[in-house]
Each structure stands twice: as C-alpha cells, then as structure tokens.
Design a protein around this ligand. Structure first.
Ligand code: 13P
Ligand code: SF4
Length: 316
C-alpha cells in the first residue's frame, strides 16, 4: 500500500516496512476485534480484552504494539513491565474508562468499606489500583463467583454490563453509572424492524448494550464469544449488536452467513468505536519506527494495579 501522509515518505510500502520493523524490534502486533480490517489483517494476535491481557502475560517479545485502546495497552504494561508497550495513538481512550476517574472512584468506594470492588477491565490503571479484582466480558460471572457469597459487591464502570451480571449471577451489586458510547445507542426499534425483515436472523449482543437490546438477544457475550457463535453456524443470518469490526472476522471465517450490523437510534453508522478507530496502519508503522508513543507507569501504581489483574488471570 502506498500512502500520502506528511509524516511518512510517500513511496513507502507500509505492509513491508511494518513486517521488517517487527523482526528488527522483536515486536508483536496485538489487535482487538474492533480495529479496522487492515489492522486486523496485519496482527500477530487478535483477541478480546481477556485474550490480549493473557498474551501480554506470556510473550517473550521485546515490544508490543497494542492496536486497541489505552486501557488495553496499560493492562499489558502492568502485567509485563519489561515489555516496551506502544499505543500508536495515545488519544485512543474509552468512554467507560474516562467516565470513571480514579479520584471520584476512590471517594465512591470509601463510602462502602465492606464491599468487594470488582471492576471491568475498561478502566484506567488508577482505578485498577483501587480494585480487588478485575473482570472482562468473557470471565465476569466466574470473577463474581470468586467473591465470598456474603460479601456485598461494588461493580464499575459499565451499568449495563453490571445489570446483566446481576441477572446472570443472582448477586446484588452496587453499580457505577458508566456507559459505552457505542453499545449504549443501539436502537430497540431498529432491532425489531430488522427481526421482522429477517425473521430467521439471530440477534447477537455484547453485554454493554442496554437491557432493551439484550432482551431480544439470542446470544450475549464477549467479542470472541459472539464471533464463535456466528461462525460455528453455516448459512445463518445474524443481527450484530456490537462494534462492527467483529464482522470482518465473521466474514473471513464463515463467508456464507449474512451479517447485519445493528443500527443506532439516530440512524447513523455509529457502531464504530471512535477510540478504537484512531489506530491506523501509518500510526502502527510510525510507532514501530520511533518506538513511541510508549506506555509508562509509576511503579507503585503499577504494582497496586497488578494485584487485581493477577487475581483475574489466576482464575484462567
Ligand atoms: P471484549 O472484551 O468483549 O472484547 O470487549 C471489549 C470492549 O471494549 C467492548 O466494548
Ligand atoms: Fe470503550 Fe465502548 Fe470503545 Fe469498547 S467500544 S473501547 S467500551 S468506547
């Protein structure tokens, strides 16, 4: 691919350059399923939040280019501090992490000293450092089951995921009022319209969606779980209520299925995460070339954030 970009020489073949730099740097490219298809295609590993954290804990690479968002890159650095962790655009945040600042969270949990603090991985290192255990969408019920049954739980930051987990686990939890900018705006009316238009279609939803969407879902799960569910059926039709990046893998793995990205309330194509999509091939190339932007963390904070992550990883 030849590009025109002020920061990169115009005649550069980005794919070749990235491959060469990966070898030179002993680097791995990890990508989340919400990345642009061209980024997914160059990744050494693709995964959901849990899988990306597990790979970071096991790799003997020197450098990781995390094609995802800041909390994922921070998680990799917390778990494996010897790694150089690069996030090609430091503005790739997350509305959930940004809606739960560490100082406000510290005040919140101080009011409930007897509660176990279970936080979703979509948080800053500062919030992780205040937590007892971390979960992702693929292991949350198991993580919650690890909290003694008589201990009350405070869950943050996603209120929709929290509500879904209360139903799943039967545990009453105090919820932080956070939402994901992508999953919060799928339209129930549009889902019903699509179900009427495609009566055979199954609805797949991420648990960050509102209750009104989840109630119509035939399968609820993490990105990996949604992809597995859809691609294990041939000739199926699926209404996909999560970031549309997952459809790229679905089409590669089961091209004969029909995948219909769920529309949002205002009819726009807002089912692309504005944070995830900040990562581009050009930025990946520049990150590998310049070894920046690099994630750095205060060591005391890192060690505090490591404990709840290790508890999660120990659960498998
Ligand atoms: P997964 O862990 O299911 O990949 O979710 C990550 C995420 O950011 C969902 O919006
Ligand atoms: Fe955060 Fe939502 Fe983007 Fe996932 S899709 S990174 S939860 S803003």
């Amino acid at each position: 691919m030849y590009i025109e970009n002020q920061a990169v020489a115009p005649a550069i073949d980005l794919y070749e350059e990235i491959e060469a730099l990966k070898i030179e740097r002993n680097a791995l490219i990890l990508a989340h399923y919400y990345q642009d298809p061209d980024i997914q295609d160059i990744a050494d590993y693709l995964g959901d939040s849990l899988k990306l954290a597990q790979i970071a804990s096991q790799t003997d690479a020197d450098v990781i280019v995390l094609c995802g968002v800041l909390f994922m890159a921070e998680t990799a650095k917390i778990i494996n501090p010897g790694l150089t962790v690069l996030l090609p655009d430091l503005d790739a945040g997350c509305s959930l992490a940004e809606g739960c600042p560490a100082d406000a969270f510290a005040e919140h949990i101080a009011r409930y000293p007897d509660h176990a603090v279970v936080t979703y991985i979509n948080t800053s290192a500062g919030v992780k450092a205040l937590s007892d255990i971390i979960c992702t969408s693929s292991n949350a019920p198991r993580v919650i089951a690890s909290v003694p049954p008589d201990q009350p739980i405070l869950f943050a930051p996603d209120k929709h995921l929290g509500r879904y987990l209360i139903r799943q686990t039967g545990r009453d939890m105090l919820l932080w009022e956070g939402t994901c900018v992508v999953h919060d705006i799928f339209s129930e009316q549009e889902i019903l319209r699509l179900k009427a238009e495609y009566p055979e279609a199954l609805v797949l939803a991420h648990p960050e969606c509102q209750e009104a969407i989840l109630r119509h879902a035939d399968h609820i799960g993490s990105t990996t779980s949604i992809i597995k569910f859809a691609t294990s059926r041939n000739g199926g039709q699926f209404i996909v209520a999560t970031e549309e990046g997952v459809v790229h893998q679905m089409k590669k793995m089961a091209p004969d299925n029909l995948y219909i990205p769920a529309p949002t309330d205002d009819g726009c194509a807002c089912n692309q995460c504005p944070y995830m999509r900040k990562i581009t091939l050009e930025k990946v190339y520049l990150a590998l070339r310049d070894l920046q932007p690099e994630i750095t963390l205060d060591e005391e904070l890192r060690l505090k954030a490591l404990r709840p992550l290790e508890r999660m990883l120990a659960l498998g």
